[in-house]
Design a protein around this ligand. Sequence first.
Ligand code: FES
Length: 101
Amino acid sequence: MTFHPVPQAAQLQPGKGTTVSVAGKRVALFNLNGELRAIDDTCPHVGAPLGGGWIDGGTVACPMHGWEFDIKTGKGVTVPGCSVKTYEVRNNDGIFEIAIN
Ligand code: FES
């Protein structure tokens, strides 16, 4: 597992999400009350970007058809069998980094 710097993470405001490209992967990054969390950006339904979804508490709703996912665990809420991968995020001396295998 390798940590990759994501400089734009520092600009992400609480309650917001975005899509970032990390080591060639699309990752959805969220700021939950100051805590940064990362999951796969690609919705398992038909591939819409979850980083552009609607955040409600600890879940994000896909912007295309509204399937919801738990941001901390990646577990599917709307369709329990359809979950997304989570990625570790760390703050390394003020630079946020995401771990990609
Ligand atoms: S593409 Fe995400 S719910 Fe359909």
